[in-house]
Design a protein around this ligand. Structure first.
Ligand SMILES: *Cc1c(COP(=O)(O)O)cnc(C)c1O
Length: 423
């Protein structure tokens, strides 16, 4: 099951080879795990048809988009620029849906090329209708419930700005009528976590919206399927959730006579456990007998921002390279930025807190592997902070080879848009 992080997908030999050929820090992704998770998602049960869209903001590199497209997944883009990026990667426009907080000025071009659209606010629906009178459209609702693991990843409920509030159905209908729009898809994405009961509840709320739009032929439940990055975490069980949701869609059919097509849009689930960051221990220090011991690595918030942002937990282990080992013990792992928040071992869900980890024989020069770095790491860095270049991305291919899919950024690339008068 790829919903649980498995260190054996990243053997020492490959990690050492990647580090010696491409340097550290570097991201390494497993093609095998990416393809397995895609297959698992495609087995989600849907009585009247299923589309799985990859929420590309989780890991937007072209090579990854192509792997998922080859598996038969569509793309969910969170901004106009993501649509352009996917198109440049060779993804056909008709395979892409735009579900965005910000409608780009060029959105009409995207729609004309065949990108489908979920209106995420009344204003977006009005803008779409003004340009595309008589077309079909999706509408993203906020069904009034959320259950992300922290407030910052909650995407439903009254404190979330994503989607049209569920009580504004009449206004949606008025705008649709005014512009002769056909509401064909009802969308929600609340980040429902692991509990099948919560998913059923979320599906019911979304279907209740679909019931109010007779033209709706598709429901999308979004993403938010939780994975286990750490051994003590519980992942979402896609089979259980799928069979519970399937029942709801069948009930809907018997009540309303409509066979709804189902869409899901995982980001995290498809990528989180498919990647690691390979870093190197660059220093070991301490703050005395009443203080802490620190492992300093050549990566940090510039590669993995989630711990600083959410107090997210990532598994870590060292791969010895023959340096002189320190005694084992509990260490805080800190990143290379001159920033006190650059901590890779915060307390769970508390970026202000500290929770040292046990390491048996760490040595300066060892590799320090940060696990479960596929989702929201390379795509969501504190980019170029302290002027560190973007790390390269590597793919551990199914054949066993290691291929670079994004080069390390150079200083020239980092500075290329600066304008200074000649001196
Ligand atoms: C981010 C996003 C997703 C994916 O969320 P995960 O928690 O990564 O699965 C799905 N749908 C939409 C609309 C999103 O914005």
């Amino acid at each position: 099951m790829s919903s649980v992080f498995n260190r054996s997908n990243f053997p020492d030999k490959e990690l050492l080879q990647a580090a010696s050929s491409f340097g550290t820090p570097a991201y390494l992704y497993s093609q095998k795990v990416l393809e397995e998770t895609a297959s698992e998602a495609l087995r989600f049960s849907a009585p009247y048809g299923l589309t799985v869209r990859y929420a590309m903001k989780a890991l937007p590199s072209a090579a990854i988009l192509r792997i998922f497209t080859a598996k038969g997944l569509g793309i969910d883009a969170s901004s106009g620029y993501e649509v352009l990026r996917a198109e440049r990667a060779g993804i056909p426009s008709r395979n892409i849906t735009l579900t965005a907080q910000e409608l780009p000025e060029f959105f009409t071009e995207l729609i004309e090329r065949g990108v489908s659209f979920n209106a995420c606010s009344l204003h977006q629906l009005e803008s779409f209708g003004t340009h595309f009178n008589g077309r079909s459209v999706g509408v993203r609702f906020n069904p009034g419930l959320g259950s992300g693991h922290a407030n910052r990843v909650n995407t439903g409920g009254p404190a979330s700005s994503f989607g049209i509030w569920h009580e504004h159905v009449a206004e949606v209908k008025r705008l649709a009528g005014k512009h002769s729009l056909t509401v064909e898809r009802i969308h929600s994405h609340i980040g429902a976590g692991t509990d099948p009961e919560v998913w059923v509840h979320c599906a019911r709320l979304t279907l209740a919206m679909a019931a109010q739009f007779e033209t709706a032929t598709t429901v999308s439940l979004g993403g938010g399927f939780k994975v286990a990055r750490m051994p003590d975490e519980t992942p979402a069980d896609l089979r259980k959730i799928g069979s519970a949701v399937k029942e709801e869609i069948e009930k809907f059919e018997s009540s309303y006579g409509r066979k709804l097509h189902l869409e899901i849009e995982p980001g995290t689930y498809l990528t989180a456990n498919a990647g690691v960051v390979i870093s190197k221990i660059i220093d070991i220090s301490d703050t005395g007998s009443n203080g802490y011991k620190f492992l300093k690595v050549d990566a940090g918030m510039t590669e993995v921002l989630r711990p600083s942002l959410y107090g997210a937990q990532h598994p870590m282990w060292s791969v010895p390279l023959g340096g002189s080992a320190q005694g084992g013990g509990d260490y805080l792992v800190v990143g290379h930025c001159c920033e006190s928040g650059d901590i890779l071992t915060p307390a769970p869900s508390n970026p202000e807190g500290l929770l040292p980890r046990r390491f048996s024989q760490p040595a300066i020069g060892d590799l320090l592997i940060i696990g479960a770095c596929g989702a929201y790491c390379a795509g969501m860095p504190a980019k170029n902070y302290n002027s560190f270049p973007e790390a390269p991305e590597l793919l551990l291919e199914s054949s066993g080879g290691i291929r670079m899919i994004r080069k390390r950024q150079t200083l020239d690339q980092m500075l290329q848009n600066e304008q200074c008068s000649p001196n």
